[in-house]
Design a protein around this ligand. Sequence first.
Ligand SMILES: [Zn+2]
Length: 435
Amino acid sequence: MHARDRFRRRIIPATVTLTLGAALGALAPGGAPSAAEAYDLVIQRGHVIDPKNNVDATRDVAIKDGKIAKVAKRIDTAAAKKTVDASGEYVTPGLIDMHAHMFAGPESEYRNGWAGLAPDGFTFRSGVTTAVDAGSSGAKSFDLFKKNVIDRSQTRVLAFINIVGEGMGGAKYEQNLKDMDPGLAAAKAKEHPETIVGIKTAHYEGPEWTPVENSVKAGTEANIPVMVDFGANRPERPLKTLLTEKLRPGDIYSHAYSGLRGELGPDGKLNPGMKKGRERGVLFDVGHGGGSFAWDVAVPALKEGFTPDTISTDLHITSMNGGMKDESNVMSKFLAVGLPLKDVVNASTWAPAKAIKRPDLGNLSVGAPADLAVFTLEKGRFGFVDSFGYRIDGKRKLSTELTVRAGKVVWDLNGKAAQKWTPDPSRLPGPEDGH
Ligand SMILES: [Zn+2]
């Protein structure tokens, strides 16, 4: 039996009595309920950053039945089942990592392969409650991805499906123009509108525009955005044409600071196509990854005011063990080079929610899913390494204290939501307990 079950079995009756008593006590004379509501969890006194609702101030956040129930300067917790003190910490909507690879399995590369990661082991510890898989599966492999990963994860896993029917199974599949059927991709997306949020094209090395054009066709048919990893840099298909002609407003250019496809010109200035693309409404995503984030590009781009629309990891087994690490670390990198915290939070919550057309996510509006994260902004000396081995030093770093998904605490670094231990012989395990 799990230790927690044991705890629950022996302690719950007392808790129920207490809660019941508190609930009864909450009834004002005459039976009308007072302000003390029986919330499941109240996170108190944290500095809430909720860009959608323009909140950047100390607030209490109450959760009930898996939803945000109230956000206010002070919430009566007399009847709350649990409270967490977040004084001196930041409370944000659960992070949305818009570019991750989560189709882990025994086959090849990112499609049912070892390069992908099982979501829950890598998301909650960095404050991520929604991870969007970026094209690991395609129309032909999505069902397996859903069955093996999406449906088994506590993390909300959404997906851009690859324009390649088989998905990211390696060059044999990803360079095959014959397996990039827009009709098939659009049909699969329409079959799963709650999960498939976009179309991905990636890693293509040839001179043709087919992968991009077919992705846009599929995206148009299913009314969802396209995310592009532009593959090899080919003179036949320049970046500027992609950003100013081929993509639609709302489509997403990932790996924006890689420098691998001429994002920065030889003069050290941004490719004019980047700014023109942004003017047209193309979105720019970080997609840090193992080889796609260069300080050599990011620092000059930021000096020109070219900040990311969305901050994402391109999480996979290599990037997480390299300079990327996790979502909160990538956010901290942008703090280190001068982005304000509220912008960094926006680029990891509300901005990606809008980009994937899921305005129900990435915010703390009353009624929204109770997905949120509590961070300490640690002060000290920290090093932030890009994908090419270069380090920038910083003085602040986000550390994930607590993550709540659908109202449930799923990560608790220092046991804030746990009961403080005191000696109690009645809790000692009996012969039937054990693990
Ligand atoms: Zn990727």
